[in-house]
Design a protein around this ligand. Structure first.
Ligand SMILES: Nc1nc2c(ncn2[C@@H]2O[C@H](COP(=O)(O)OP(=O)(O)OP(=O)(O)O)[C@@H](O)[C@H]2O)c(=O)[nH]1
Length: 317
């Protein structure tokens, strides 16, 4: 940065500076008279001073990088560095001139004198900080919401809206541990749409997608709020039933099998397509068994349901 003049010798009016609005302009101007006015070239980084200082933009614009990719523009009349003056931490590392700019530099001692001698400056500073805190917490809330949105997105299957494999890998081991710890039963139903390759071949992949969505709706609509439906992969889905013993789970699977058979798939012209059916394998968590064993047991029961003619339920031995 290049020294241009003092504030007293510059053409700028103190009334245009946000911090001094409605303050005693004459006495503030006297205090600021010897402060340096510096010229920053476009793109120049405003290097961190040895001690804290206020940087007031007189002409041009600064960008304040907050460190997480977001930047705030600081325009003529606005300032930066108030917080560093208040907490004594010299840090202007995020400041950069967006275009050729003239800046008024006020060191911390003088900034404190201005605050002590002018209620107006103190009030403006508080208002400014309160505005910044509010803006920062709004940004934080927006980020939290966005984070939650992406978290949901990463745990749900895009086509069906059911939980996905990542969710299953995270949650099933915990459900298994809870079941062992509380000695409560835990059942799992594995299901696979029947002859789905043929359905796709005959009606097209888009109709196949529609059928998968319908199957997911059937599951989601027929379960208790405490149960979970997961898209395990392709046309394979899974239902997890906490606090549910094998015979009850077998009953649930029978009901799902029937609902699936009765569900109606429509194509684009709203003409019903052939019904879809699914085969179901049911397993209950065994003493000392883990999530892999539970899935393997349900999977082999499902295999038996397929081998026995499909559109039916088989229960693990
Ligand atoms: N439309 C659509 N099809 C899918 C999707 N995921 C898997 N598939 C199809 O599902 C079919 C599964 O076929 P197979 O594993 O041969 O089994 P199947 O034809 O259902 O026969 P069985 O399971 O033995 O009754 C394949 O043709 C896959 O392309 C998907 O997201 N959308």
């Amino acid at each position: 940065m290049k020294l241009l003049s003092t504030f007293a010798a510059s053409p700028y009016d103190i009334a245009a500076l946000q911090l001094f609005r409605d303050a005693d302009a004459a006495s503030a101007a006297t205090l600021l008279a010897h402060c340096p006015v510096m010229l920053a070239a476009a793109g120049e980084v405003i290097s961190s001073p040895a001690s804290p200082q206020l940087v007031i933009v007189l002409r041009g614009a600064l960008a304040d990088a907050t460190g997480d990719g977001a930047t705030t523009r600081i325009l003529p009349g606005e300032s930066a560095g108030e917080q560093s003056v208040l907490d004594g931490e010299a840090d202007l590392s995020g400041l950069k001139a967006l275009e050729e700019s003239e800046l008024l530099l006020v060191d911390a001692d003088l900034a404190w004198r201005l605050i002590e001698e002018s209620d107006g400056v103190a009030r403006n500073l508080l208002r400014l900080l309160s505005f910044r805190i509010r803006a920062a917490s709004m940004q934080l809330r927006r980020r939290q919401k966005l984070g939650e949105f992406y978290r949901q997105l990463s745990l749900n299957d895009g086509l069906t809206g059911l939980y996905n494999r990542a969710w299953l890998n995270d949650v099933l081991p915990r459900l298994v541990s809870t079941a062992h710890a509380t000695r409560a039963p835990l059942s799992l139903i594995m299901l696979d749409l029947d002859h789905f390759k043929g359905f796709n071949d005959r009606h097209g992949h888009l109709q196949g997608d529609g059928a998968l969505r319908l199957a997911a709706r059937v599951l989601a609509g027929a379960l208790r709020p405490a149960d979970f439906a997961v898209r395990y992969g392709g046309e394979e889905m899974m239902v997890i039933l906490p606090d549910t013993a094998g015979p009850v789970a077998a009953g649930v699977a029978e009901r799902l099998c029937e609902c699936m058979r009765e569900a109606v798939v429509f194509d684009d012209m709203r003409l019903p397509l052939p019904h879809i059916t699914a085969s179901f394998g049911v397993a209950c968590l065994l003493d000392g068994g883990d999530d892999h064993a539970l899935i393997a047991a349900a999977d082999s029961a499902l295999y038996r349901a397929k081998a026995a003619g499909r559109d039916r339920v088989a229960v693990a031995a």
